[in-house]
Design a protein around this ligand. Structure first.
Ligand code: GDP
Length: 427
């Protein structure tokens, strides 16, 4: 059975923790989109980890971790990550890399940085991991698949030459930076080949057999609905689809095999990068939530930069869950809110004097002002509680109010970053 674990919001909802937790009883965990531009923070018996490319199921010795064809694969970063976890005592994971995955090239990373520099104040707030140039090249059909590393030297050099001719025009005239050479790029690719060779696999064929054998498979999404290029806050989105539906394509499995879609929703809001964020808060209020948030503050797992903070947004989350095709909501980081006397929740957007609960397109979103309902806080520590009924009444009211507003069942409540800090609930 295939389960997708995805985010309803701007990312950083705690998908890593939920994936790590569900991986305990799963066989295969697959990354199907995105690259090393976002991180999942995981805390377990081996320590604290920030994973960027590896799937969050990598900590068990019974799991197979897969980099699907939809991923922007940065080979040196993948290998650094494998080394890092091994150094912390995690058993060498079983990893497979799709032969159809495409590689982030060194010039993608350079071009990402140069473009952000050029845009200056109008930049996207990219993590400069090369993701936008990577996906641009993929769809412009000038990307490099892992399988091409095994092509003969002449064909590969010929393709490199064609591709870098175009890149060098940009480097010379737009960015005024050093140019690329065929030999240098070829050499880099040969280094990548050596690193990746033992792991390369026809992933969709492997998964076809695994599904037939009834294996339990997880698809791990990166970022969240708001960052989807089609359904999110375009253009302040990421460059690959963050939706569960894309899991079928980015892993190479039939769409109808995805039986469960666990959408991870955080009990308050945070976002990184630029873009509309209606329930954003500022000043001391934001600083305090940021400091207390997550498992040691809301700071980017990849960049360390402070995340933008906000109250829970029912409008964005209802839409975010709908567009994911949610079957279950995992409601996370609820323990963090225990310090508040009152908790505002955004229940509507006021646009041109009218209040709506429907999430609008970006042009209208710019004008939206949050309409809040203020709920009473529970003023206590809820970590350690394992039964839903034992949560304070105001805490249950907060969960149930949000569940009603978003219209999808909250079947899991996460009240701490640890692997087993979870309360299951029959909604
Ligand atoms: P992801 O990208 O969706 O996996 O999310 P991140 O890893 O970027 O951010 C989630 C952060 O919240 C991580 O630091 C987690 O350890 C932490 N976290 C996850 N669930 C909980 C929870 O229920 N309570 C607390 N306090 N922290 C949590």
């Amino acid at each position: 059975m295939v389960t997708a674990i995805v985010g309803a919001n701007w990312g950083d909802e705690g998908k890593g923790k939920i994936t790590d937790m569900l991986a305990e009883t799963s066989d295969i965990i697959i990354r199907f989109q995105g690259g090393a531009n976002a991180g999942h923070t995981i805390i377990n018996n081996y320590g604290k980890f920030a994973l960027h490319t590896l799937p969050s199921g990598v900590f068990y010795d019974h799991t197979t971790s897969i980099i699907g064809n939809g991923v922007a694969l940065d080979i040196p970063k993948l290998f650094r990550e494998i080394k890092e976890i091994e150094e912390k005592g995690v058993p060498t994971p079983k990893i497979l890399v799709s032969d159809r995955a495409q590689m982030v090239m060194p010039y993608h990373v350079l071009l990402d940085g140069y473009e952000e520099e050029r845009l200056a104040g109008k930049s996207f707030g990219s993590t400069k991991s090369g993701i936008a140039p990577f996906y641009s090249d993929k769809y412009a059909k000038i990307g490099f698949q892992v399988s091409e590393l095994f092509d003969d030297e002449e064909s590969l050099k010929d393709k490199i030459s064609r591709v870098i001719t175009q890149k060098n025009v940009l480097l010379e005239h737009l960015y005024k930076k050093p140019l690329l050479t065929v030999d240098e790029v070829y050499q880099t690719l040969m280094e990548y080949k050596e690193m990746v060779s033992p792991y390369v696999c026809d992933v969709s064929a492997f998964l076809y057999e695994a599904i037939k054998q009834g294996k339990k498979i997880l698809l791990e999404g990166q970022l969240g609905s708001m960052k989807d290029p089609d359904h999110g806050i375009y253009p302040m989105v990421t460059s690959s689809s963050t939706l569960a539906a894309y899991g079928a394509i980015g892993a190479g499995i039939p769409p109808y095999e995805i039986k469960k879609i666990v959408t991870v929703v955080k009990a308050y809001s945070s976002a990184v990068g630029a873009g509309e964020f209606v329930s954003e808060i500022f000043g001391d209020e934001a600083d305090e939530l940021r400091r207390r948030g997550g498992d040691g503050g809301e700071f980017g797992a990849t960049t360390g930069r402070p995340r933008r903070m906000g109250w829970f947004d029912c409008v964005a989350t209802r839409y975010g869950c709908r567009i994911q095709g949610t079957t279950d909501v995992a409601f996370t980081v609820l323990d963090v809110l225990g310090y508040l006397d009152e908790i505002p929740v955004c229940v509507g957007y006021e646009i041109d004097g009218e209040v709506t609960k429907d999430f609008p397109v970006t042009a209208k979103l710019k004008k939206a002002k949050p309409v809040y309902k203020v709920l009473p806080g529970w003023k206590s520590e809820i970590r350690g509680i394992t039964k839903y009924e034992e949560l304070p009444e105001n805490c249950r009211n907060y969960i149930e109010f949000i569940e009603k507003e978003i219209g999808f069942p909250i079947t899991m409540v996460s009240n701490g970053p640890g692997r087993h800090e979870i309360i299951y609930r029959n909604a």
